[in-house]
Design a protein around this ligand. Structure first.
Ligand code: NCD
Length: 311
């Protein structure tokens, strides 16, 4: 395994399977009364979040704590970056305190990669702009595998705001590596430019017609409409978006019985997904949250204490 986790491209198929297998044993800790393993005792991990987050940040924090690491949280808003300090100076300042790792979320694509060049510590990308969010793809794969078994040959539809989604980019790499077949679905205004070339080279399909794709999918991953990254009008009204691309109660009925529903959260209930779909028995959304802790424990373990790590 490589030293940092900046992109899903840092992991080959064996690495991914190793992380998912370890996550399975880590998942047991969640069900114990005493949720503590001594594995990372004496290590210090800094969560450096320059964008808002509920599940990613807290699950990295819980994961680190359950492995007995010391975990520090720094957010953009409360730190000296709001006084004008550069990202480089901020991370080098924190690194100088002797920390072992950074988990970083930033609005700039490539930020985690940059940080890995500036510090000696291990760097984990927790979302960089529109680029990648590798641990999200790993927990998505973990959740789908738990419910559906091996992902080889699985048909996955990824639906919604593709243009602004780092979750999409990491999932395309992860799912392809694991042998799943992906179809991405979005209105034309939310299809990334150049998607056709990308789809051809990476071997996935594209569609504007959600109703045509749903009945054959084994897993449907709904992506959030990321209004905070939109400057202009990407669709006329919320209602029109839901009619064309929302996972509504009617569309829920068009799914096969075994088909699972994923969403990385946070959800816009009533926009890209209705309550019926979000709370259906087929929904994996809370399983994904639970898997997030186990997968992040596994990633921390492999990068800090696993074989071949610098530890
Ligand atoms: C995703 C993110 O931040 O990229 N959320 C998450 O990490 N759970 C997706 C999103 O914000 O829509």
């Amino acid at each position: 395994m490589k030293r940092h986790l900046l992109s899903m491209n840092d992991l080959d198929k064996q690495d991914i399977l190793t992380i998912l297998d370890t996550a399975e044993s880590m998942h047991d800790v969640q069900r114990r009364e005493v949720k503590k393993l001594p594995t990372l005792r004496g290590r210090t991990v800094v969560n450096l979040f320059f964008e808002d987050s509920t599940r990613t940040r807290s699950s990295f924090e819980i994961a680190g704590k359950w492995l007995s690491a010391d975990v520090i949280n720094i957010s953009g808003k409360g730190s000296s970056t709001s006084k004008g300090e550069s990202l480089r100076d901020t991370v080098r300042t924190v690194a100088a305190m002797g920390v072992d790792g950074f988990v970083i979320r930033h609005s700039a694509s490539g930020a985690a990669h940059q940080v890995s060049q500036w510090v000696d510590a291990v760097v984990i990308n927790a979302g960089d702009g529109l680029h990648e969010h590798p641990t999200q793809a790993l927990l998505d794969a973990y959740s789908m595998r738990q419910r559906l078994g091996d992902l080889e040959g699985l048909r996955v539809a990824i639906v919604g705001d593709l243009t602004h989604s780092r979750v999409l980019r990491s999932n395309l790499i992860c799912l392809k590596t694991l042998g799943a077949h992906v179809t991405v679905v979005a209105p034309p205004t939310l299809m990334p430019s150049g998607i056709e070339t990308w789809a051809q080279s990476e071997g996935f399909d594209t569609s504007y017609d959600l109703d045509a794709v749903l009945p054959t999918a084994d897993a449907v991953m709904m992506l959030r409409v990321q209004r905070e990254r939109m400057s202009g009008g990407f669709f006329p009204t919320a209602r029109e978006y839901t009619v064309g691309y929302g996972l509504t109660a009617d569309r829920l009925r068009s799914l096969q019985k075994h088909t699972v529903i994923c969403h990385p959260g946070p959800m816009n209930r009533g926009l890209e997904i209705t309550a019926e779909a979000a709370d259906a028995a087929q929904s994996l959304i809370l399983d994904q949250v639970s898997a997030g802790v186990a997968v992040r424990m596994s990633v921390l373990y492999h990068l800090f204490a696993g074989e071949g790590s610098l530890a």
